[in-house]
Design a protein around this ligand. Sequence first.
Ligand code: FE2
Length: 388
Amino acid sequence: MTFWRFSAAEDLRGDWFFPTEVRFGAGRISELPLILEHLGIRRPLIVTDRGLAATPIPNRVTEIAASASIPILWPGADQNPTGQQVTEGVAAFHLHEADGVIALGGGSGLDCGKSVALLAGCGGDLWRFAYPRSLEHQHERTTVPIIAIPTTAGTGAEVEASGIITDPLKPVKAGIVNASMLPRVVIADPELTLSLPPNLTAWTGMDALSHNLEALLVRQFHPMADAIGAEGIRICHAFLPRAVANGGDITARSYMMAAAIMGATSFVKGLGAMHALSHAIGALVGAQHGLTNAVLMPHVLRFNRPAVEKPISELARFLELDASFDAYLAELMELSRRVGIPARITEIGVRRQDFERLATMALPDFNAGCNPRPLDQPALVSILEAAS
Ligand SMILES: [Fe+2]
């Protein structure tokens, strides 16, 4: 039994107000001028990443915004945006005398845009908002309004009050956290994901799965998040192979875009070892985030098995599999195979001699503390060894 009764683009739309205002549906990018007017934004800075800047999407969004405002496009974020790039984005914001930010892209453009809005409003040094220092600065709030427009279905950064920014000097991928980073309005238009190539569709989709899955397994009382996470997992298993096989499948694209939002909604509980290690690998090697999570996923599940056997068995039952850990693991491995995920982290640039260092980097990550089975240095190294 599933609840998926919709397949036509005109039915796959809605106005949602959880966890923020989400205008969901194909073609709804056309509502951007109206939203700019509602929020009183006259001079938006459109922040996006260099990868997306090579596609027609940023210019199209800029043209649409120009019917109601004087926008300027700032495509300065890398795949893993840095603190320096946030500072440069803030300079562009002030130079343009901007009064709002349109964060456009996958996680890179969205996280950079939200961080630019935070720092443009609050001034000073970005790193005071890096977790755990961020806890002392939650009283600071930016008043710069943010509109988020995702162009991938994975990160869920469009509905998050945080962003991942790299400090290449350490190196570390820091979580920039502030309640005022939550976008005021999200335009979730699955048509913007139609041209995403199969590999990026797979990697970002596996990121959405990892969010729903890791969040579901965090030991914390939050039935709302758990329900969203379980359904998000089910959607990923059903629709990600379709989106990878046929990028023009608007039904699959729509459900995956919803699953990405669901993942980020449910991970208010936290994440786990997949993300702790993935952030370390991203900072050291620069590997794509969703791909890294995907490669680590079965190995982290196996490590966590003593602590998650029961919820994973229940999840398997929910997916109409045999109610066992092994049944879900087999389903996950089959999904990975179908969407082309490599089996080993050594295939994505991780070297054995870096395992100890990666474990040292991953241990203080916020998500390491949420893992259902306690983590220490040897445990993290053992996961990396199993994945190599
Ligand atoms: Fe992620």
